[in-house]
Ligand binder design. Structure first.
Ligand SMILES: [Zn+2]
Length: 312
């Protein structure tokens, strides 16, 4: 049994049943909201498809399964749209590579994650490959914006809808992960389970977890701006700005009646008293501009952020 998040399990089982009965479409499109686990689900499905044993789930033992575990399977190719737009040359190269006979097992698989990042030429090249499917070749696509894909691609795929877990399911799942308790204190930032997990994996947990207390101390005069910005550099300042923007966003929403995370109560009271709702919205916009300026200008980022926080 795969150790994947339980809300992904029904989707995985649906595809496993189709595989076992030899009725699986050669193209799958896994759709769902950002951060619910489409990519993780897709990788589980790919493992099942690559396994040489004729059963629903991957055996974990055969040569293909071992190569997949080592991430060195020659019949498996990935294009990841998260790191930038997917270009037609990448698709053509990949289609050429998989047009050969499988080198190891029976099947070949192409995984395209964040498929909305395909430009129009790349999408047309994928469509062409789907229209003329090579034998025993599967395309697995994931997307959080599937409506922006070509309708002709969607219509050629088996559509797999990943449900969005509710907050209690996310919390329960997080508690089984490393630093789960701290991660589940970050719901003011996001409730996307796999975004939270990647914060832990990227070593950014304490940056976010300390933010509400630091900001609260700053607003109450118990800490200076240079105190709270200590340790920030060009590698993490964007994350810090994202955290501040999320806090402002929550406060703005709360001012119109939305519930507020307990971790932000003091901050909300301080900000609404000092700034009022109009200025709060101005600060939110200024922070968004600062974030985009960070990538464009050579101005010292800490200086820019200090200037911003001086107005809070
Ligand atoms: Zn296997």
């Amino acid at each position: 049994m795969s150790n994947i998040a339980h809300w992904l399990m029904p989707c995985l089982q649906q595809v496993q049943v189709l595989k076992k009965t030899n009725s699986l479409s050669h193209a799958l499109l896994i759709m769902g909201a950002d951060g619910v686990g489409q990519e993780e689900l897709a990788r589980e499905m790919v493992k099942d498809l690559m396994c040489e044993i004729d059963q629903a789930a991957a055996c974990g033992q055969c040569h293909s399964c071992q190569l997949m575990r080592a991430d060195t399977h020659p019949d498996f190719r990935v294009l990841d749209g998260e790191i930038g737009s997917i270009k037609v040359d990448q698709v053509r190269l990949l289609v050429r590579q998989i047009s050969q006979k499988p080198q190891v097992g029976q099947n070949k698989v192409v995984l395209i994650t964040h498929a909305q990042a395909m430009n129009i030429n790349a999408a047309n090249a994928v469509l062409k490959a789907l229209e003329e499917p090579a034998a025993r070749t599967y395309f697995v696509l994931t997307s959080s914006q599937s409506t922006s894909l070509l309708p002709t691609i969607r219509s050629r795929c088996l559509l797999v809808n990943v449900p969005t877990p509710n907050i209690y399911e996310v919390k329960q799942w997080l508690l089984q992960q490393p630093d789960g308790e701290t991660l589940s204190s970050l719901f003011w930032l996001t409730t996307q389970p796999f975004r939270l997990l990647s914060i832990q994996q990227q070593g950014k947990l304490s940056l976010y977890a300390n933010l509400p207390n630091q900001l609260s101390a700053l607003l109450q005069g118990a800490a200076s701006i240079s105190d709270v910005l200590k340790g920030l550099d060009s590698n993490n300042i964007e994350d810090y700005c994202n955290g501040l923007a999320a806090i402002l966003h929550q406060c703005i929403c709360h001012s119109t009646g939305a519930p507020l995370d307990a971790a932000l109560q003091d901050i909300y009271m301080a900000l609404i008293t000092r700034l009022g709702i109009h200025s709060l919205m101005m600060r939110y916009q200024a922070l968004q501009k600062l974030k985009s300026d960070l990538q464009k200008t050579n101005l010292n980022p800490i200086m820019q952020l200090t200037h911003e926080l001086n107005q809070w």
